[in-house]
Design a protein. Structure first.
Length: 274
């Protein structure tokens, strides 16, 4: 099934070009034969952007997309854990589109998908459903039931089934590997400057309106260290003026700048100022 307008997930920030694929691409679809990034892509940080850069090089003009399941596999296997994500489905699509992805393959991560063998994932998903021409991922990417699939299996089966495979080395920031886990830890510790450097862009968060608590970070999102943050409303490239907001430990948001209208949507956090 295709969700042609991604606005179904981005009601407040529709994307003009980004498509969302939830199941398969029909014969003759222009996205068949694309280059696909494999991973979770929570936050779409500098490491993820390096994969995208490599995919564009490998693509030679072919469409480039990324695979990112919903719900996040970590939430599926441990549904009662504390909120940990850097992006909601909405903000993930916005960041991916802003960074230049052409489409997102967003299959539902359920028991059936989790139970696919690595070989079945390659044959049934990558080849039959999407007809990929090339896949790009990190060297430690694991997939399939019990995480048995690895880059060596991808490469071996790709040679037999007609698609290429490229593994991109991890990106480092300040001498440490850039990862979603590291960024979460930096945010919790209050080191927003390094977290933003690892992201390579403002932290784009989704906010919701709670009838009693008011404006809050989306419940999926991890909680940064409480404090005052400089922010702008909307996605990258917007003209909204900078404002200061206070974020509490429970994710509640209040303005410390005059003229701020507490409307749910997308908010770009740019710096921690107090």
């Amino acid at each position: 099934m295709l969700l042609a307008p991604a606005a179904q997930l981005l009601q407040r920030a529709p994307l003009a070009a980004l498509r969302v694929v939830t199941d398969s691409l029909p014969q003759g679809d222009p996205l068949r034969g694309s280059v696909l990034l494999l991973g979770n892509f929570d936050g779409f940080h500098r490491g993820h952007q390096a994969l995208l850069d490599e995919a564009v090089l490998q693509g030679g003009g072919r469409p480039v997309g990324l695979m990112s399941c919903e719900p996040h596999p970590r939430s599926f296997f441990a549904p009662d854990q504390a909120s940990f994500r850097l992006t909601t489905p909405c903000s993930k699509l916005a960041v991916a589109g802003d960074c230049g992805a052409g489409f997102v393959f967003m299959p539902r991560f359920d028991g059936a998908f989790a139970g696919l063998s690595p070989e079945a994932f390659i044959k049934d998903v990558l080849v039959a459903r999407l007809a990929v021409s090339h896949v790009v991922t990190g060297p430690d990417f694991r997939f399939g039931s019990k995480r048995r699939g690895d880059i060596e299996l991808l490469d071996a089966m790709g040679r037999k089934l007609g698609f290429g495979v490229t593994a991109v080395q991890t990106v480092q920031q300040a001498g440490e590997r850039t990862s979603s886990s590291r960024i979460r830890a930096l945010l919790a510790a209050g080191d927003f400057k390094t977290a933003r450097a690892c992201l390579g862009h403002d932290w784009l968060v989704e906010t919701i309106w709670h009838s009693e608590a008011g404006l809050q970070l989306h419940p999926m999102l991890c909680r940064p260290k409480p404090g005052i943050y400089r922010a702008r409303q909307g996605r990258r490239g917007g003209s909204a003026a900078a404002l200061n907001i206070a974020i509490s430990a429970d994710g509640s948001i209040r303005s410390t700048s005059p003229g701020f209208r507490a409307e749910p949507g997308l908010l770009r956090l740019q710096a921690r100022v107090g």
